[in-house]
Design a protein around this ligand. Structure first.
Ligand code: VGL
Ligand code: ZN
Length: 197
């Protein structure tokens, strides 16, 4: 059974937001148009407490897009974004949220980030999405949303590792593309058997 996984189509990742992905709002119309083609629609929502450890503001002397070593591995530092309950954490106003069966939040623990819809950035703490999909008999995933080279990428890689058949619709994603990250993500996904359309 096919499901559409809509990653982080939130105001802070769109132009004018705190971590704007170039042209990020261009994904909204194609995603809305795709929703009726799927048996299930699942949205993810980046949902950080104030003072989240992925924010550069929490690390004196560090700037956004610098790297740090966390107990769970390397972590890119970001501007403050998607604070729980803030306007920026809300879905884009034009995203059709009504067809969603499930909204899964991630990144809500202060000490650990979560790019993937399946695992936090330690790559072992589950979000629960795998159990939800398995218990509904969903094995075929189409991924769209923001950002292509971070949350969409990590979600697609984890899904492929977990045995799902995974398609990423390039026309309904946009990347941050920092330091060649979009090309790196694309190559890694292709090697992992993710279909890019
Ligand atoms: C994301 C950076 C930080 C994303 C979320 O949705 O791709 N990127 N938090
Ligand atoms: Zn985040």
């Amino acid at each position: 059974m096919p499901a559409l996984i809509v990653i982080d189509v939130q105001k802070d990742f769109c132009p004018g937001g705190l971590l704007a992905v170039p042209d990020g709002d261009a994904v909204v119309a194609p995603i809305n148009a795709m929703m009726p083609d799927f048996d299930a629609v699942i949205l993810t929502q980046d949902w950080h407490p104030q003072g989240h450890s992925s924010f550069a503001s929490q690390h004196p002397g560090k700037a956004p897009l610098e790297m740090i070593e966390m107990p769970y591995g390397p972590q890119v530092l970001w501007p403050d974004h998607c604070i729980q309950g803030s306007d920026g954490a809300a879905f884009h106003a034009d995203l059709n949220v009504n067809p969603a069966d499930l909204i899964i939040r991630k990144g809500y623990r202060r000490a650990i980030d979560s790019y993937s819809a399946f695992f936090e950035n330690d790559h072992v703490t589950p979000t629960g999405l795998d159990g939800y999909l398995r218990s509904r008999g969903i094995n075929d995933l189409t991924m769209v949303g923001l950002a292509f080279d971070f949350c969409v990428f990590y979600s697609a890689m984890d899904a492929a590792k977990l045995g799902y058949s995974v398609t990423v619709r390039r026309d309904a994603t946009r990347g941050i593309d920092f330091d060649g990250s979009s090309q790196t993500a694309q190559t890694a996904m292709q090697e992992a058997g993710v279909i890019l359309i």
